[in-house]
Design a protein around this ligand. Sequence first.
Ligand SMILES: NC(=O)C1=CN([C@@H]2O[C@H](COP(=O)(O)OP(=O)(O)OC[C@H]3O[C@@H](n4cnc5c(N)ncnc54)[C@H](O)[C@@H]3O)[C@@H](O)[C@H]2O)C=CC1
Ligand SMILES: O=C(O)[C@@H]1CCC=N1
Length: 279
Amino acid sequence: MTDTSTDSIDLSAIRVALIGAGNMGGPVGRTMLDAGVRPENLRIANSIPTSSERAAEELGATAAASRAEAIEGADVVVLGVKPYQILDLVAELRDDLPDGAVVLSLAAGTTLAQIQDALPSDAAVARAMPNTPISVGEGAVGLMRGDAVSDEQHALLHALFSSAGVAVDITEEQVHAFIGTAGSMPAFVFTIIEAMTDEAVRLGLKRDLAASLVQQTVRGAATMLTESGTHPAVAKNAVSSPGGTTVQGLAALEREGVRAGVAAAMAAAADSSRAMSRG
Ligand SMILES: NC(=O)C1=CN([C@@H]2O[C@H](COP(=O)(O)OP(=O)(O)OC[C@H]3O[C@@H](n4cnc5c(N)ncnc54)[C@H](O)[C@@H]3O)[C@@H](O)[C@H]2O)C=CC1
Ligand SMILES: O=C(O)[C@@H]1CCC=N1
């Protein structure tokens, strides 16, 4: 996985079409606006005009009257629809794609080759695997580059995700692990945070205090590891006094199989991505 410098790229004249601005396409649009795309240059087409208008209003972007209008003159065409819809959408857009546009799919489980096969052979196709925390600039994006993507287009894609958090190049083989580790991971973390908050309430704390303590502690623990580079096991030992409260809690955690449960969730997401890619 590699990082790319995007310091010198001016996004103010770049035109982006966002086809499908839902739970993931919406945050992708927002991160591109944050990176410097002008609101009038980010055109949104959802399945129906009222949905396009609502999404455009929420993001502070521009609603297009149709998918064809959205992609007219676009430098980048982002496809934010569900995996089962994407190849039909590509077939629909094929004849109207502007020369020199990059098609950027967000879909899990649809390969570059499948999208490329539905387009002219010289079409530039890329994939991005984002996660929802890009909506607060703390997400992760894995970028996969098709053969026809030029160095300039590749740098442009990195620039568009420069406000997302972390954006790295990955291979299509790595995307399965990336989904387990980043794409699907927010849902696992949200579930664990929900469980911790519910238990804090059962232990007697008011829900708003419970929620803020859990979120502060999860955020603080992650920031500590990031800033210090400390191994998690070393950080864990520093919380654990001999015969104290933490070791009792850790023993219960291991007895309940939390480590195995987390690993199983990540493996299931990765396996599902691999199975989807096989068709
Ligand atoms: N939700 C997530 O955390 C992540 C999702 N993805 C990928 O992002 C893609 C979208 O997923 P979500 O945003 O969760 O789904 P969603 O259902 O929230 O959004 C899909 C959007 O596409 C629109 N749409 C459907 N058909 C359309 C068409 N023919 N033309 C224009 N717009 C159309 C819908 O109106 C909706 O706004 C999927 O392919 C998924 O694999 C990737 C990484 C993370
Ligand atoms: O559940 C899904 O299919 C998408 C892909 C990665 C995260 N959510």
